[in-house]
Design a protein around this ligand. Structure first.
Ligand code: FE2
Length: 230
């Protein structure tokens, strides 16, 4: 067996052991997000539904902003296409949610979702390699976002906003799962070297911790037992 073949086989093994350990770390951090919000507290949000939905709108716009900028700068066609498709879907989520909020009578005339970027967007803007970007957004942010949104959907159902609940159930949550799955498929192709794997892992863990901080703060600020995914 040639040395080159052995090197290639070892590198493939390394990629898969890297993915396995990252998945294990994820499961540990995401486990608590799988718990359902306490049903009795679902109607007790002090901030009110419009404030919670504005968090969701800001999430959509920030997700669109970062995906569009990475679609423009990714060198690999596969990564470029993944972020371009993602940017388009986030724009669609924003538009659909905005329409439903306006129909409910929420005033969005002065709403500028990018005026105060979240700590997550500020961090994502510092990432430069495809390995980090795919790990941070597709693999990690989408996992956290989908789980938070499943909890937020329970809140929406409890307060009886059926149309917006349907938007989360039928579109926003399934899209999040789809991008998350695509992230795990793309990651082994862009995080081949040990250095890239280290960077991807660091970015992923940082996103998990920022999302947890942002989520806790939002729950404290709004009094809601579930907030939209970041
Ligand atoms: Fe979205």
């Amino acid at each position: 067996m040639s040395a080159r073949y052995l090197d290639a086989a070892e590198s493939v093994m390394n990629v898969y052991s890297f993915l396995d350990s990252l998945k294990a770390e994820h499961e540990e951090s995401l486990a608590m997000l799988s718990e359902s919000p306490v049903v009795e507290q679902l109607g007790k949000a002090t901030a009110g539904l419009p404030a919670l939905l504005k968090i969701a709108l800001q999430n959509e716009m920030e997700a669109l902003e970062i995906a569009a900028s990475w679609a423009a700068t990714a060198p690999e066609p596969e990564v470029k296409l993944a972020f371009a498709r993602n940017a388009g879907d986030e724009a669609r989520h924003y538009q659909m949610l905005e329409e439903k909020m306006r129909a409910m009578g929420v005033d969005l005339s002065r709403f500028r979702p990018l005026d105060f970027p979240s700590p997550l967007l500020s961090y994502l803007r510092t990432l430069h390699t495809s390995a980090e970007r795919v790990a941070a957004v597709l693999v990690t942010r989408k996992a956290v976002g989908a789980r938070c949104n499943v909890q937020f959907l329970k809140y929406l159902e409890a307060v009886g906003v059926r149309e917006i609940a349907a938007l989360f159930r039928q579109t926003i949550i399934p899209d999040g799962h789809r991008y998350h799955a695509s992230g795990w498929e793309i990651l082994p192709r862009v995080a081949v070297s040990h250095a890239d794997q280290q960077r991807a892992r660091r970015a992923s863990l940082r996103v998990l911790s920022i999302c947890e901080e942002v989520r806790s703060l939002a729950m404290l600020r709004t009094g809601a037992p579930a907030v939209p995914g970041c």
